[in-house]
Design a protein around this ligand. Structure first.
Ligand SMILES: [Fe+2]
Length: 186
């Protein structure tokens, strides 16, 4: 797959990754971190697994970033969402995940529904040891499509997520459903 995960406004490794006054970790550094954690078999195995739902453990990410180890039972997924102005990286540590993403930057505010152009969809299948970094306003959904196998992944975001926008999708129509704040998921 040749889809570029990086939008022109946020090149990989850009020193502008954080706020202008205090540059934080770059996409490349976050990707290095999640790769390192995903290779730590003992840490990955320490994640409690629940066959009924996702599980997670918070990690100390580099440079003040927010990081998580997440367990995905078969058939679970996130739904479409973005990460606001945070950039990030994630990597599969066990099992296989699928990422559906949009190769366009959406207007950030002022819309409730948006018609996506044809050809903006990207799909990745991420087996253990495979991952990606992403820039600000990246829109995606992550799923464990396996009918039988649990998956585990490692995620890091910088700055720590101030919000996530949740979307529903019907065909090419994307609809903003909800804006979640940290209090909603911690
Ligand atoms: Fe995400």
């Amino acid at each position: 797959m040749s889809a570029s995960p990086v939008l022109p406004s946020s090149p990989a490794g850009s020193p502008s990754a954080g706020s202008p006054s205090a540059p934080g970790p770059s996409q490349a550094e976050l990707l290095d971190f999640v790769r390192h954690v995903a290779a730590d078999a003992e840490l990955v195995a320490s994640l409690p697994i629940d066959p009924e739902g996702r599980t997670w453990v918070r990690l100390d990410g580099p440079g003040g970033s927010e990081a998580w180890l997440i367990g995905w039972p078969p058939g679970t997924g996130t739904g479409w969402h973005d990460h606001g102005k945070s950039l990030g990286a994630f990597m599969t540590a066990a099992g296989e995940l699928r990422e559906n993403s949009l190769a366009v930057r959406l207007p950030t505010d002022g819309w409730k529904t948006l018609e996506l152009n044809a050809g903006v969809d990207r799909e990745r299948r991420l087996t253990a040891g495979a991952g990606r970094a992403f820039g600000r306003y990246h829109v995606h959904e992550v799923l464990n499509e396996s009918p039988v196998r649990h998956a585990v992944s490692v995620h890091a975001y910088y700055p720590p997520l101030p919000l996530m926008r949740r979307y529903s999708r019907s065909g090419q129509t994307l609809r903003l459903e909800q804006v979640e704040r940290p209090a909603d998921w911690q």
